[in-house]
Design a protein around this ligand. Structure first.
Ligand code: 6AU
Length: 278
């Protein structure tokens, strides 16, 4: 059976990347395929939104370098919330340099991303050395990586041959690359080709931004689709919702965040159940 007709629990049981297994298990346990993206600039705002959204999501996605008052305590509190509410932390760092540089960017500096983020992501622009560099830090810590095989914004260049190269590169790093940021089932062509060579038929978690129920775009290139279009029609696994939930700026009040989380959780889960029945 194709990946899109398997349940999260079935896929978790067989996934080679521990953190992907964890994520799929959380989706199954909490009945949610919602990842909440929190692009706010204060420590208090980030923690408040993570606390409010935590019960409804499988993952909280950060852009840690936009937080004005970052400190070590912020990541400790975020980790405590992740334990309390059973979600993973994804630092959306979009690494894009040579292996030896990303190794340092991932492990060191002010943020020490690898020490607290279960998941991070990277562009393949510099070539596969970026995977070797990131894996040298992330693998011993049990971390997972998403490759940006496609993007959501209008006119983006991650298409065609570039997208295919991302899938090929992922197949050569099956213990570390857990999936893709993509708009559709980018691994489907290979999957349906029916080959069973090593690494093929692998299970990738597709996490998809550009999800909104009330808006079609943001005037800066972002393009929104509904959870049903993303999960059922396009076969992606996790919806990433930012402004649709926290509302932009310093963020909606907690009651509004909870209300929107429930709305997207429900829509995403219904789309998943509908897809299993297709
Ligand atoms: O829901 P939004 O539009 O408020 O936020 C979307 C979030 C932002 C982007 O940095 C991120 O998703 N994103 C990504 C990721 C997750 O890598 C890739 C992409 O192609 N488009 C996109 O919006 O935090």
């Amino acid at each position: 059976p194709s990946i899109t007709t398997r349940t999260y629990a079935e896929r978790a049981a067989k996934h080679p990347v521990p953190v992907a297994k964890q994520l799929l298990d959380i989706c199954d346990r909490k009945k949610t395929n919602l990842c909440v993206s929190v692009d706010v600039t204060s420590k208090a705002g980030l923690l408040r939104i993570a606390e409010a959204a935590g019960p409804y999501c499988c993952c909280i996605k950060t852009h840690i370098d936009i937080v004005e008052d970052f400190d070590r305590d912020l990541v400790q509190q975020l980790q405590a919330l992740a334990d309390k509410h059973d979600f993973l932390i994804w630092e959306d760092r979009k690494f894009a340099d040579i292996g030896s540089t990303v190794r340092l960017q991932y492990s060191s500096g002010i943020y020490k991303i690898a020490s607290w983020a279960h998941i991070t992501n990277a562009h393949l622009v510099p070539g596969e050395g970026i995977l070797t560099g990131l894996a040298s830090v992330g693998l011993p810590l049990g971390r997972g990586l998403l490759l940006l095989a496609e993007m959501s914004a209008k006119g983006n260049l991650a298409t065609g041959e570039y997208t295919a190269k991302n899938v090929e590169a992922a197949r050569r790093h099956p213990e570390f690359v857990m999936g893709f940021v993509a708009m559709r089932r980018v691994d489907e062509r290979e999957e349906t080709a029916g080959g069973v060579a090593p690494g093929e038929g692998a299970d990738y978690v597709i996490m998809t931004p550009g999800v909104g129920l009330d808006s079609k775009g943001d005037g800066m290139g972002q393009q929104y689709r509904t959870p049903d279009e993303v999960i059922r029609e396009s076969g992606c696994d996790v919806i990433i919702v930012g402004r649709g939930i926290y509302g932009g700026g310093d963020g909606n009040p907690n009651e509004e965040i909870v209300k929107q989380c429930k709305r997207y959780q429900e829509a995403g889960w219904k789309a998943y159940e509908d897809r299993l029945r297709q």
